[in-house]
Structure formats: structure tokens, C-alpha cells
Design a protein around this ligand. Structure first.
Ligand code: THU
Length: 524
């Protein structure tokens, strides 16, 4: 049963992206910043190979890392939680979510006032605790709603629970959510209820977030459609407005989030467990607390082996982040940074993938691993990291052996193929050339025709390799004619192993190799 665990260390960036100056974030590096603290512990993450990731030269590297690693650059034009998580889940946002440093425009406020029948107070960026002090009395007297924003893309409504009943406040938020569309599609509308305690205004735990729905199909949606579990832990359910989530737990801080993630390993499910650890960002990044951030990182570093030790054969863990929030830079806001991608599992080779463009490669990779119908953004790197199965290894070996029989005196290029039948039998083939050139036949077709002439019709996998003098050289993807011959018998998801060496390959489906193809169905 295949399971993918994605753990987002909220705001753990690993260095400025090339366009960071555009975001006011030159020279930021969250991980580097906290690595200077006495509270910084770097044991498990070192073993994983975090020090080997591009640009992390200030950290000790690892000779024999345990995980596949990469540095990921954000394709979306933003540096907020919502956009970062959407991209991890496969949706790239070309424009940032709107922010309102001067308050919301008249058109928005007027429409909101008309729809709620209440006036609006404040309408500026404001601290949440100060805003209720400054406007609370007037709100009680007039019944007007306190509307305020922040550096984030948020429309926040504060109201006293005795003046506006909770359900009513939530309804006003839903109203705002409907108004805030198009160019005013803010990331979140937030209900901020408060009460009076000992003559003072204090906020209650009845805060509620109304997030923007992801603008396109995410990995979560696809997995849900595929009938798999999507288990959201922490803020994840909120960030996706519950869309694509089949089960969720809200947590209060990193420690609880890690516990819930660990417990999730004991649950029986196939699919995704998507965890967000928010303290890094909320408690330490925004508050410029370098030591606090380092201590939280160390807690995670200490916890990590307890998680990996419990992982089952087919479990895959991906650790990443959604943006940066350098606690030692010049501002309290997020920072435009690369994020780490650390992929660990018994099936995963510890390859260094360098720098890749798009957090969404995580979605594509997780989707491929989980055999999902996901078709969103991102390029899967699964074939670069996945360890071959026993069957795949054996099939590659057969193809390699077959290559030795290649008769190719004219091109000097030897090709071997091995075709696996549903009943487990393997038919091999090599290319056989001819002095008249035209009658030459490829290795793959030879394998197919050998099989069909023995009565076989159902095939499950093909391996192919090519090279010179018995040595594999580069890739030998099946030619167009061979693809068309395979198409006659094999479905879209039929796997083709295009070998890079005796034991490594990239895996493509026939659907990828021959999209929109002519097949038996077309002439029915
Ligand atoms: N070849 C194959 O056997 N399979 C392919 O899919 C591509 C090409 C052979 C045909 C020829 O003998 C040699 O490679 C050079 O084109």
C-alpha cells in the first residue's frame, strides 16, 4: 500500500531566489540564519543530505546521504503560504494574491456594507490586538464591523460576540468571500470575534478562516477522485478550503503536528498525508526570533528518526517548505527563497537532483508514485530517484543480454528489448539489419512479434536499451513505428523502461510516448 507523507516546515527557505530583490529580500536565507544559533542541531537532517543541497555550503555535507535532495525554485509570483502550498500541490500562480497596504477600495467596502447592512470601521492594515482596543467601543455603539488587513492577503472582520453572534459573523465572512473575487481575490477572509474580560477586549478561539479555493485541480483533488485518502494535518485543510481533503486534523503547534504525523503511520490508508508545521513561521520567523526558530528546527531534527524508523516498505517521506521567513533579515514578512526537497524511503535512491524549477514537481512526483490520474503542473522526478523493483531489474537484465545478439553491421548501433507478458513470460528481441537497409527490423518489434506468434496478447512492461559494442550509450527510446506496434496491444499506462545503464532507466508510459494515438478502438 503506497503512502506519501509531505511535511511542510512552514517558511524554512534555503536562500534567496534570483528574483528575491524584486520582493525586497536580497541576501535572505532562513536555514543559514538559524544555523548560526547555539540552539541549532543538525544531525538527522545532515544524514539526510541537507548539507549537500545546492547553495548550502555553510553546512557540513554528507558522503553517504540517506535521502534524495533538491533545491526547488518557486514558479509562482508570490511568497505566501497559500500560493506556496498550492504550488507544492501542483498549481502555479502567475500573479501574487492581492494585498491592501492602504485598505480596501471603496467598491469593495460599499458592496460589503450593502450586503451586510452594517457600516465598516478602520479599513487599514492593523495589529489584531490593537485594532479591537482602538475601534471596539465604537463598534459596540454603532454596530459597525471592524474590517482590517495586514501585510498578507487577508480581509479580517473583528466583532464583539455580544454585538454580532458568531454564526452571523461567519455569514458576513462568507458574504465577503463572495465579493472578494477576480482582482480582489484575497487569500483568506478571517473572522476575528472578541469578548470583554475584566473590562478589556480579548480575542476568542472562535477565529475562522475562509480560504480562496485553489484555481485549478490540485494533487489533493486528483487523489480524492482516484479514491485515495488525503489526510490533512495542521493548516492544510484550511489552506485548501477543505477541497480534495478526505480527512483532517487541526493541530496546535509543531509538537502536536509531529505527533499526529507519527500516529498517521499506524493508520491503514493508501494516498497522501499532508502535514504543515506552522510554528517555524508563526512563532519564530515573523517574530524575528533566530534562537526560537533554531530550537524548533532542532526539535524536528531530533524527532525525525522516530518517524523514519516507523515508515513501512512503500512509504515515502517528502520534507519541504512553502517560502522563506528569514528571522534575521530587515523585515518580519516572508522572504522569497528556494525551498528544500528531501525525499526519503526504502524505495528511494539518495540522488542529488540539483536545482529544479517548480515546487509543483513534488505534486507530479507524488502523483506518479501513487499511480494517480493527476494532470496538473510539474515534472515528476520519480524515475530519477525510485529504486527499481525486482521485475524491472530482471527485465532490464534480459534487454541487456538481448542487445548482445544484435545484428547491426550497417549502423553499428545495437539494441536490445525485453517484453513482459501478463503471464510472467519474457520475450526478448534485438535489431536485425539488412544490406538492403529497408527490411531492417527493430529490437522492440522483434520482441513483440516473437510474443504474438506464440499466442501472447497481453503485455505488462517493456525494457529497451541501445549502444555500441555491447555497451549502453545514452537513451534508446522506441522509434515511432515500434510505439505504434505496441499501441496495438498495450494501454496508455503501459510502462516502458528506457534504460540509462544495465540497472537504471527512465520510466515512461506508452501514453506519454505516443499521445493521441491511432488505436484499434478508432476503427470499431
Ligand atoms: N533501432 C531499434 O532496434 N529500435 C528502435 O526503437 C530504434 C532503432 C535500431 C534500428 C537500427 O538497426 C539501429 O537501431 C539504428 O537505427
Amino acid at each position: 500500500m503506497k503512502r506519501v507523507f509531505i511535511i511542510v516546515l512552514d517558511s524554512l527557505g534555503i536562500g534567496e531566489e534570483p528574483d528575491a530583490p524584486l520582493f525586497g529580500d536580497k541576501d535572505c536565507n532562513t536555514l543559514q540564519r538559524i544555523s548560526g544559533s547555539d540552539k541549532f542541531r543538525f544531525d538527522s537532517m545532515k544524514r539526510m543530505g541537507v548539507g549537500n543541497i545546492d547553495g548550502q555550503d555553510y553546512l557540513p555535507s554528507e558522503k553517504k546521504p540517506l535521502a534524495a535532495v533538491a533545491r526547488l525554485q518557486e514558479r509562482s509570483m508570490g511568497k505566501d503560504t497559500t500560493i506556496g502550498h498550492w504550488e507544492i500541490a501542483g498549481v502555479v500562480s502567475p500573479a501574487p494574491l492581492p494585498t491592501y497596504p492602504d485598505g480596501f477600495p471603496d467598491e469593495v467596502i460599499k458592496e460589503f456594507e450593502a450586503a451586510t447592512g452594517r457600516g465598516v470601521l478602520c479599513n487599514k492594515p492593523y495589529s489584531g490586538t490593537v485594532v479591537i482596543n482602538d475601534y471596539g467601543e465604537e463598534h459596540i455603539k454603532t454596530g459597525k464591523l471592524i474590517v482590517y488587513t495586514s501585510a498578507d492577503s487577508v480581509f479580517q472582520i473583528a466583532a464583539h460576540e455580544d454585538v454580532v453572534p458568531l454564526e452571523q459573523l461567519y455569514e458576513y465572512c462568507r458574504t465577503a468571500r463572495k465579493i472578494l473575487r477576480g482582482k480582489h481575490a484575497v487569500g483568506r477572509v478571517i473572522a476575528r470575534p472578541f469578548i470583554t474580560v475584566d473590562g478589556k477586549f480579548v480575542r476568542t478561539a472562535n477565529r475562522r478562516d475562509f480560504s480562496l479555493l485553489p484555481p485549478a485541480e490540485t494533487l489533493l483533488d486528483a487523489l480524492q477522485k482516484d479514491g485515495k485518502t488525503v489526510y490533512a494535518v495542521g493548516k492544510i485543510n484550511d489552506i485548501f478550503a477543505g477541497q480534495g481533503v478526505t480527512k483532517h486534523v487541526i493541530t496546535h503547534g509543531n509538537t502536536e503536528g509531529m505527533k499526529v504525523a507519527l500516529d498517521a503511520l499506524d493508520l491503514d490508508f493508501e494516498g497522501l498525508c499532508f502535514v504543515n508545521l506552522v510554528d517555524f513561521d508563526m512563532l519564530y520567523g515573523h517574530r524575528q526570533d533566530v534562537d526560537g526558530y533554531a530550537a524548533a528546527f532542532s526539535e524536528f531534527d531530533f524527532w525525525l528518526p522516530s518517524f523514519t524508523a516507523k515508515m513501512k516498505e512503500d512509504d515515502v517521506l517528502i520534507i519541504t517548505a512553502d517560502h522563506g521567513c528569514d528571522p534575521g533579515d530587515s523585515h518580519t514578512d516572508h522572504s522569497r527563497e528556494y525551498v528544500p526537497m528531501i525525499m526519503y524511503g526504502k524505495n528511494i535512491n539518495p540522488v542529488n537532483l540539483g536545482t529544479r524549477r517548480g515546487f509543483c514537481d513534488i505534486a507530479a512526483t507524488a502523483a506518479e508514485y501513487l499511480d494517480s490520474t493527476y494532470r496538473g503542473d510539474g515534472v515528476s522526478f520519480l524515475s530519477d530517484v525510485i529504486k527499481p523493483t525486482k521485475t524491472e531489474k530482471e527485465l532490464c537484465k534480459s534487454a541487456y543480454e538481448a542487445m548482445k545478439n544484435s545484428y547491426a553491421p550497417y549502423s553499428g548501433f545495437n539494441v536490445g528489448a525485453a517484453l513482459m507478458c501478463k503471464n510472467g513470460k519474457v520475450y526478448t528481441g534485438c535489431n536485425t539489419e539488412n544490406a538492403a537497409f529497408g527490411p531492417s527490423v527493430c529490437a522492440e518489434r522483434t520482441a513483440v512479434f516473437k510474443a504474438t506468434s506464440e499466442g501472447e496478447r497481453e503485455f505488462t512492461m517493456l525494457a529497451v536499451c541501445g549502444g555500441k559494442g555491447g555497451v549502453i550509450k545514452g537513451l534508446c527510446p522506441p522509434c515511432g513505428v515500434c510505439r505504434q506496434v505496441l499501441r496495438e496491444f498495450c494501454p496508455d499506462d503501459f510502462p516502458v523502461l528506457i534504460m540509462k545503464s544495465k540497472t537504471t532507466f527512465i520510466k515512461k508510459t506508452l501514453g506519454e510516448l505516443l499521445p493521441l494515438s491511432f488505436k484499434p478502438d478508432n476503427i470499431k
